[in-house]
Design a protein around this ligand. Structure first.
Ligand code: GLN
Length: 281
């Protein structure tokens, strides 16, 4: 498959490009897993989705601080944040994700623990860890997230000290989970029942809308056009897609395309969605 394994986080550059795992979970309780589907991988920006939902569980007013519109500037744009006077465009670009982590620290004292708790409790996975080696590797190599955090702080958008927010954010991105765990956990975003227990139905609808517009960064329009499902990617090579009312599909394939999305993951989900007839349109 075309593309290259991410070098942005040096510890991830040695992940074998041939890894491939796929899992499908349905709201009526069916789980199918293939390939390396039970092997934990670095979920990176997939963690932004679960951190956001962990925050929404505690404070649905997140949207007062973060926008919900699409970006055409990629996930790490300092310029876009400056243009918006420090208001993050959405929760999936890094400025928005840093504000989510900051608010989660404020409410729980441990954003990483709260994100892991949500992943573990919703998937029934007993042990989920953050990989300290990956987190340290990003901490040492990173300049961009530090720059973003400083711009946020300049505009008074962070409650906690910059170093604390960055340390927690890198550890949150370094959470390791399998596609099976991610697919099972995210089922609450496919739950259309009025008595949904994990997240209220209004939040579920809004999160899916923002995923469709922004979960795949610069390729969001392309993914909406080709696949038609709310989706989220991470530079560890994971992609998750949600079919409201039916289920979820998650793929891990490390080589990334030029938008920073898993090339094989998007291709596999496109083919699966076509075969299964999954599209929100
Ligand atoms: N940890 C990475 C970052 O913050 C995650 C990026 C991604 O997965 N898209 O830049």
């Amino acid at each position: 498959m075309a593309g290259h394994v991410s070098t942005q986080v040096p510890a991830l550059s040695s992940v074998p490009p041939t890894k491939f795992g796929m899992a499908v979970a349905t709201v009526d309780g069916c789980v199918l897993t293939a390939g390396d589907g039970t092997e934990p991988f670095s979920i990176q920006s997939l963690s932004k989705l679960f951190a956001l939902c962990a925050l929404l569980q505690r404070n649905p007013a997140v949207w007062d601080h973060i926008g919900w519109g699409p970006t055409d500037s990629g996930y790490g744009s300092v310029a876009e944040l400056e243009r918006n006077l420090g208001r993050p465009r959405n929760p999936f670009v890094n400025p928005g994700a840093l504000v989510v982590t900051d608010r989660l620290i404020e409410l729980t004292g441990d954003a990483v623990g709260a994100t892991i708790d949500l992943l573990a409790s919703t998937s029934g996975t007993a042990v989920i860890n953050s990989d300290g080696r990956v987190a340290l590797s990003e901490t040492v190599a990173d300049h961009r997230n530090a720059a973003i955090a400083h711009v946020l702080a300049e505009h008074g958008k962070l409650v906690n000290a910059i170093d604390r927010v960055l340390t927690q954010y890198f550890a949150q991105c370094a959470i390791a989970a399998s596609v099976e765990t991610v697919a099972k956990s995210a089922l609450f975003l496919a739950d259309r029942s009025a008595d949904a227990t994990v997240l209220d139905s209004g939040s579920v609808r809004r999160v899916n809308a923002v995923l469709l517009m922004s979960g795949m960064y610069g390729a969001a329009g392309d993914v909406a056009y080709r696949i038609g499902l709310p989706a989220k990617s991470g530079i560890g090579g994971g992609v998750l897609a949600i079919m409201p009312g039916l289920g979820t599909v998650c793929v891990w394939s490390p080589p990334l395309d030029t938008d920073g999305n898993s090339a094989g993951g998007v291709a596999a989900i496109e083919e699966f969605a076509r075969l299964a007839g999954w599209s929100v349109f």
